[in-house]
Design a protein. Sequence first.
Length: 124
Amino acid sequence: MSILLDHCVPDLYAKLMVGWGYQVYLLREHIKPDSDDPDVLALATSLDAVLLTVDTDFSNILNYPPQNYAGIIILRYRLADEKALNETLKQALADLYRDELRGVLVVVKPNRYRIRRSVSEPED
């Protein structure tokens, strides 16, 4: 599985992800770090990669419907909670692996993660 690290994700996550067996792409190696959010998601899609970010703009499922993307993971934490967050992230990736990450938004906090899907269109 491939993971695209947004520019706002600390570099230590690249090392962690590789150590956990994932292919890692760094946003800054492909496009400018201050690129617009749609460009970031377009890059993730072109790489067939899950976007890993701390940018909460991506949590708006109306603006960024998860079903349109290969997966979005948002990290929410304080530095003091980083170890617990890392363990939870590792568990979320193992639980969801690849196919269950497609089309969903996962918010990872220390000791728990939450899955969000797009808002369904009302049926006629």
